[in-house]
Design a protein around this ligand. Structure first.
Ligand code: GAP
Length: 465
């Protein structure tokens, strides 16, 4: 039984648009399924996630350093990595409505296959018009997005046809020798990168889940040959723990093993960390892939470039090519996953003594776009300036909103809906007792606190934000 209601995702997308987390890209020109723009709250959530990842993977350790490589790398990169020839998906067209789809994204019309496995084409139903089994012979379609740089068409050197990177890792591999020399790193160690990537997806859609432009948080972890499997297990556990620590219910996560490579194929092993997105047609979707890439990439770049990318192990007195374990997380998908995971409805008391339905984003404070809202009980010549002054004081440390427009109940509802963990209310008693009420988002509990102590209280509650 699906745990997440089919309408949950639609509710999240609606909230995201209404409150300013994300907008369909180019809406004034009719928009597209292929891209979303992050709004004022979306950029904060995305940046908070990226910061938490960087803290966990780079700053929280002494064996990982950061990098920011170019989006456009030498074309030879993608030949050596195998993307030029191999990064292609089988494409088929519905003979009835002429829409095109990736074969592995089609679902079984009889079983309604819901476990992410592709359907047999004979029984696959067209997601666009509902016709069953009317598919053209699949053909390969490159997932690389291509551009032309410089003045010279057709030149594969400095100018001419180039690809926009489809993954973060290759830019790291090209810089391995630079980083080893300048940061004196030695395996086991890692290079982390948050990178905008591009893929010519045939069937983009499902909100931020599959877009042609997206952000990846990738760690290339270099190890001694033979140690890949042990580190693969380590990083799968570490990365799973990261999602749980930031508020994802472990029951909404699973590990999904990719089929092991056949004889002659690259010696890679991938386990995806899947999240229960509640997508139409497939409840689960990959959040992150943890791959043991062995020495496939470094060997290919060493051969193609003629550069020695091996590492001299002084302790053992031997030279070897490091193996790579790569946890690669989708940052855009993580924004969507945390929105889905945090979205809830419950009941809140109203001013008439009854209860109202409320929508609340139970985001971990570390992820919440706005950390606190300062709300005068009503717009008033005495209350509003006091509240504004408090908001200004708190803004020195966190993103804080001030709002005095409309009924206080409605203002609480708005802050609940955007996931603000604390509301601070300045009321008429404040003018006498120099105290305010701090309301906690999830429990709705209210505590009276001296005005002068609000910043210290929030500093305690928002540690790590
Ligand atoms: N370097 C390995 C790699 O790129 P991947 O499984 O293709 O592996 C890693 O991508 C993650 O990037 C995925 O788990 C997903 O979260 C994210 N991702 C991949 N394609 C995406 C797309 N078109 N839109 C949004 N996120 C995507």
């Amino acid at each position: 039984m699906p745990k997440r209601a089919a309408t949950a995702l639609a509710d999240v997308v609606s909230l995201a648009r209404r409150r300013g987390f994300a907008y369909p890209s180019g809406e004034v020109y009719g928009a597209t399924r292929a891209a979303w723009d992050l709004g004022p709250l979306g950029v904060e959530l995305r940046d908070n996630l990226r910061r938490q990842w960087w803290r966990a993977v780079v700053h929280g350790r002494d064996d990982v350093v950061g990098l920011d490589a170019s989006i456009i790398l030498p074309p030879a990169t993608w030949v050596a990595s195998g993307h030029e020839d191999g990064f292609a998906d089988p494409l088929t067209e519905c003979r009835s409505c002429r829409q095109r789809f990736r074969v592995d994204h089609l679902r079984d019309g009889e079983t309604g296959d819901d476990d992410g496995r592709p359907a047999d084409l004979v029984s696959a139903v067209c997601p666009s018009c509902g016709t069953r089994g009317a598919w053209t012979e699949p053909r390969r379609f490159s997932g690389l997005l291509t551009t032309h740089v410089g003045a010279a068409e057709g030149d594969e050197g400095e100018g001419g046809r180039h690809h926009l990177r489809p993954e973060a890792a290759q830019g790291v591999f090209l810089n391995l020798a630079n980083v080893v020399t300048t940061s004196r790193s030695k395996p086991p160690f890692g290079i982390a990168q948050v990178a905008t990537c591009f893929r010519n997806e045939i069937t983009p859609g499902d909100f931020l889940f599959r877009t042609r432009e997206f952000e990846q948080m990738s760690l290339a972890w270099f190890v001694k040959p033979g140690e890949g499997p042990r580190w693969h297990t380590y990083w799968l556990e570490e990365r799973t723990r990261w999602y749980v620590d930031l508020g994802i219910d472990p029951d909404d996560l699973r590990h999904h093993e990719h089929p092991r490579p056949g004889p002659g194929e690259h010696t890679t092993h991938t386990v995806d960390i899947d999240f229960r997105f509640g997508l139409p047609g497939s409840e689960w979707g990959a959040l992150e892939g943890v791959t043991d890439r062995a020495d496939h990439d470094l060997r290919a770049h060493a051969e193609a470039s003629g550069r020695d990318l091996s590492f001299f192990d002084q302790a053992a007195g031997e030279r070897w090519l490091p193996h790579v374990v790569e946890p690669a997380a989708g940052l855009s998908r993580a924004v969507m996953a945390f929105l889905v995971a945090a979205h809830a409805t419950d009941e809140a008391p109203n001013t008439k003594g009854g209860v109202d339905q409320r929508t609340v984003l139970r985001l971990d404070p570390r992820l919440a776009p706005v950390k606190a809202a300062v709300l005068p009980l009503s717009r008033n010549a005495e209350l509003s300036p006091r509240a504004r002054a408090l908001a200004t004081e708190l803004r020195a440390s966190w993103p804080v909103e001030f709002d005095d427009a409309g009924a206080i109940g409605k203002r609480y509802r708005r802050q609940d809906e955007i996931g603000t963990p604390y509301c601070v209310t300045v009321d008429f008693e404040t003018l006498d007792d120099e105290a305010v009420t701090v309301r906690e988002r999830d429990t709705m509990q209210q505590t009276r606190v001296p005005l002068a102590g609000v910043a210290d209280l929030l500093a305690q509650k928002l540690r790590g934000c």
